[in-house]
Design a protein around this ligand. Structure first.
Ligand SMILES: *Cc1c(COP(=O)(O)O)cnc(C)c1O
Length: 442
């Protein structure tokens, strides 16, 4: 199932019993990334170390028993505590407005290049940190359709994240375009065959998620990008649930445009700004619609007209959210250290362990896996369906076990590879089993 050198605790009889915790601890002991967990604030102490300290004399909150939402809001790193404190005191407090010339004007591009190299498979000069994912989706999708004015259709799928569907609906109305919907299987995702059937000479743009936010389905981005290009259209990949957990090869796949969150697996903090990718071959052809002063050729010329900068800077609009893009750098540094493939290997091992526990403990209670069974087609989270999951989620939160709930009946288990242990997976899923059992018998 993975390159991680672990023994499969299920190999003998395919069933788990009271030894599940021992099996989980065995997987943790053999996990080459296990020590990264201690670099996060507020994790449960492992057998190896006490709750990690944070800099200064700040009290650390009581750890939750299992956190299954690192794919929705990643945990903070201890390095980020220090980085944010230092920034306020030294950079903001000490350098004051000189900070813009010295560092901040270029920071969206410098962090973008680091992210590109470590996690996105993109050469320098193509990734920037910008606005929210929603706003970047709007800017890049509008720029894309405006560059192909003779084409009239945008292809998207019925199960994409709401913001993606809403933004494209707005653009279609604004520009008089038609939306072409692919009916996505909510327990899987969009296939190359479905895309091939949806695109044609009228297609301007195709927008899809690489990892589906509900099922965790991992789309074949390389094959789909080729199909879109054969139709003469552009593709925009939403990488919100892939960046930092699944290897991405934007340049090798020939992708045109991409956006993604930094507060999920990249641990940038609530509302940290999104990244955008614009392939170098397109940058001078695309003009984005929010024409602000920070995107022009000579920012301090303060000229009478909007003259977009030649390269990536033209995709900025206003003053970049510098404070918001500080913390994600600490996760990018960890990814550089251990490599995205090692993270993917652990991610597969974590979701595989969760699936096996669910099959053993939860399937007898009527729970169904609503995610791909094949790890090759699965990202970093799984969804477990049962009609009682809304109530189960509420009761789990009261017991400091934190998954999230997605209609209809989906308990979403997000397993952030650097901060989640196998023991945490076993503790959390045992709690799901107990709570669901109680509800069924009430
Ligand atoms: C989380 C997520 C978003 C979030 O967009 P924001 O503008 O950051 O709120 C967008 N798309 C997908 C697929 C997501 O998973």
């Amino acid at each position: 199932m993975t390159d991680t050198p672990t023994d499969d605790p299920f190999a003998d009889d395919g069933a788990l019993d009271g030894d599940a915790m021992a099996a989980a601890r065995g997987l943790d002991a053999a996990d080459p990334l296990a020590h990264y967990r201690e670099r996060f604030v507020g994790v449960t102490p492992s057998t190896a170390a006490a709750t990690p300290p944070v800099p200064g004399d700040l009290a650390v909150p009581e750890p939750v028993r299992a956190y299954f939402d690192g794919n929705s809001l990643g945990r903070p790193t201890i390095a980020s505590v220090e980085r944010l404190q230092r920034f306020v005191i030294d950079a903001w407090g000490g350098r004051l407005i000189r900070g813009w010339d010295e560092e901040w004007m270029e920071l969206p591009f410098r962090i973008g290049d680091d992210l590109a190299a470590t996690t996105l498979g993109a050469a320098a000069g193509q990734v920037f940190i910008g606005d929210s994912t929603t706003v970047l989706l709007y800017k890049l999708a509008r720029a894309a359709v405006d560059s192909l004015p003779q084409r009239s259709e945008i292809v998207l799928d019925t199960d994409n994240f709401p913001t993606d569907r809403y933004v494209l609906d707005g653009i279609a109305r604004e520009r008089g375009l038609h939306l072409v919907w692919i009916e996505a299987d909510t327990e899987a995702g969009v296939t190359p065959e479905q895309v091939a059937a949806a695109v044609g000479p009228r297609t301007a743009l195709v927008v899809l998620s690489h990892v589906a936010y509900r099922s965790g389905f991992l789309a074949d981005a390389r094959a789909i990008t080729r199909i879109v290009h054969d139709a003469g259209a552009l593709v925009l990949w939403d990488l919100c649930h892939s960046a930092g957990s699944v290897p991405v090869e934007l340049d090798a796949w020939g992708v045109d445009l991409a956006v993604g969150c930094t507060y999920k697996y990249l641990n940038g903090g609530p509302g940290s700004p999104a990244f955008g990718y614009v392939n170098a071959r397109l940058q001078s052809r695309l003009v984005q619609p929010i024409q602000g002063w920070m995107g022009v050729r000579d920012v301090f010329l303060m000229g009478p007209e909007y003259q977009p900068a030649d390269g990536l800077r033209r995709f900025l609009s206003g003053t970049p959210p510098i404070v918001g893009m500080l913390a994600l750098q600490d996760t990018v540094a960890m990814i550089r250290e251990c490599g995205i493939q090692a993270i993917r290997d652990k991610s597969v091992a974590l979701t595989e362990f969760a699936v096996r526990l669910a099959e053993t403990w939860l399937a007898p209670l009527g729970v169904a896996l609503a995610s791909p069974r094949d790890p090759e087609r699965r990202g970093g989270h799984i969804t477990l369906n049962h009609p009682a999951m809304r109530e189960v989620t509420a009761r789990l939160w009261e017991r400091d076990v934190i998954p999230d709930y997605r209609d209809p009946g989906g308990l979403r288990i997000g397993l952030s590879p650097l901060s989640t242990s196998f023991e945490e997976v076993a503790v959390g899923l045992a709690a799901v089993r107990d709570v669901l059992g109680e509800l069924i018998h009430e």
